[in-house]
Design a binder for this molecule. Structure first.
Ligand SMILES: Nc1nc2c(ncn2[C@@H]2O[C@H](COP(=O)(O)OP(=O)(O)O)[C@@H](O)[C@H]2O)c(=O)[nH]1
Ligand SMILES: [Mg+2]
Length: 236
């Protein structure tokens, strides 16, 4: 977990840093992200879940609710350009969820999270998930006050994506190769995707998962519990 530098200031390995004019525009967002960290209880883990549309973010959170819902209080702020469909799915799965409708915007900004906090009861929440808008580009630049960022890459998306969308993988702590049940049917190499992603971010952890056959879901749940424990040990 890299807490030393704002995520908006990190550049992919091999990228050209010509100037910082564009990146500096994100300073206001970083300021609100800091306010979110100060506002939320120190014993709550905040996880920002990113991916392309349809990689399985909501399905994974539904499954996570089923697996961990009895031992941990889980909440989700879920962003989509339109509709409340994901929040309905998550609530039906027993999760405390609130939809952020971005009105067509392609990412969640820290100020949206800050405002949404007035409308969700997070008392006794152990883990707050933020399901970002489906997009491997702009969500990477916006710190949402999270402790950890997790990016899903579905086996159907192609194993070449980490090098094409490097900032998303650079700024993530964990890459989940989702829809692993489809690996026998698609030309996708987990090793190649992991190798490319780790060339961008050597610290990136990788887990293959499937919500259909359960592969890797226990490892994912254990990863969450370890991150929660790490945060609580750090802050007590
Ligand atoms: N084969 C397979 N399909 C999945 C898996 N997880 C989700 N899906 C399907 O992928 C589609 C998109 O899932 P969703 O959770 O809505 O993705 P999101 O847009 O990232 O939130 C749905 O039709 C899911 O049923 C999986 O592990 N394996
Ligand atoms: Mg979704």
């Amino acid at each position: 977990m890299n807490t030393t530098k704002p995520k908006s200031n990190q550049m992919p390995v091999g990228s050209v840093q010509s100037d910082h004019i564009t990146l500096n525009l994100l300073k206001a967002n970083d300021f609100v992200a800091k306010a979110i960290r100060e506002r939320l209880p120190k014993n709550m883990l905040i996880v920002n879940i990113c991916s392309s549309p349809g990689s399985g973010k909501t399905t994974l959170l539904q499954e996570t609710g089923k697996r961990l819902g009895k031992e941990l209080n889980l909440a989700v702020l879920v962003g989509d350009p339109e509709t409340e469909r994901d929040a309905v799915r998550l609530k039906d799965a027993g999760l405390n969820a609130l939809q952020i409708v971005t009105g067509g915007m392609c990412h969640i900004e820290a100020q949206m999270i800050y405002q949404a906090l007035d409308h969700i009861n997070l008392e006794n929440t152990d883990i707050l998930f933020i399901e970002n808008v489906g997009n491997l580009l702009c969500p990477s630049a916006f710190d949402l006050g999270e402790d950890a960022r997790v990016t899903l890459l579905a086996s159907t998306e192609g194993d070449d994506k980490p090098k094409k969308y490097p900032r998303m993988f650079l700024t993530s702590e964990l890459m989940l190769v989702s829809k692993a049940d489809l690996l026998p049917h698609v030309p996708f190499s987990v090793e190649a995707a992991a190798k490319d992603a780790r060339e961008v971010n050597p610290d990136l952890e990788v887990i293959s998962i499937s919500t259909l056959n359960g592969e890797g879901i226990e490892d994912w749940c254990n990863w969450l519990k370890e991150e929660l424990e790490k945060k609580r040990n750090k802050t007590t």
